[in-house]
Design a protein around this ligand. Structure first.
Ligand SMILES: [Zn+2]
Ligand SMILES: [Zn+2]
Length: 168
């Protein structure tokens, strides 16, 4: 694959992805909404080993949430870059930090039970009321993400049906 690049708004932080971005979802949890100042955050999963800082890692600020997730963001311009959840193999990339996110296509909405009351979901993507369980995250992290994504995307795009459980 061709490497993908990204960084923060002010340019002090730069990173490189050496693997394909895995499943992408829109998270409507209260934490993402407040941190991002938006209706939801769009997050892509990848194995932690596929991410490396190429510039300015010392400029990265960190915040550990009560749930144990470590957020990495620029200490100068405050752009969010990525989160490390408790699952050690997994990294959650903030899709908006990519230089080129034109090929990104979310496949689901998570945590819709805490969706902003003023925001209406207008697409046909599957909706999950809460987050995947830790077991589901762990399973997802161990799968070949690219093939998983392809499989899920085909399922979602093919019949457009809503699903009740995350498909992994
Ligand atoms: Zn910055
Ligand atoms: Zn969230």
């Amino acid at each position: 694959m061709t490497a993908q690049f990204g960084g923060c708004r002010c340019g002090r932080l730069r990173y490189e992805l050496t693997v394909e971005l895995g499943p992408v979802f829109n998270c409507h949890c209260p934490f993402c909404r407040q941190i991002h100042g938006a209706a939801f955050a769009t997050i892509g999963l990848l194995p932690k080993s596929g991410f490396r800082w190429s510039e300015g890692s010392a400029e990265a600020a960190r915040f550990t949430t009560p749930g144990g997730t470590v957020r990495h963001f620029c200490g100068h311009c405050a752009s969010p870059i990525c989160n490390h959840p408790l699952e050690p193999e997994l990294l959650c990339l903030i899709v908006a930090s990519l230089d080129d996110d034109s090929g990104v296509m979310p496949w689901a909405h998570f945590n819709t039970e805490s969706k902003a009351p003023w925001f209406s979901i207008q697409d046909e993507l599957p909706q999950f009321e809460s987050n995947p369980t830790p077991e589901a995250w762990a399973l997802l992290a161990r799968r070949p993400l690219h093939s998983t994504t392809t499989c899920i995307m085909r399922g979602v795009a093919g019949d457009g049906q809503r699903v009740d459980q995350p498909p992994w």
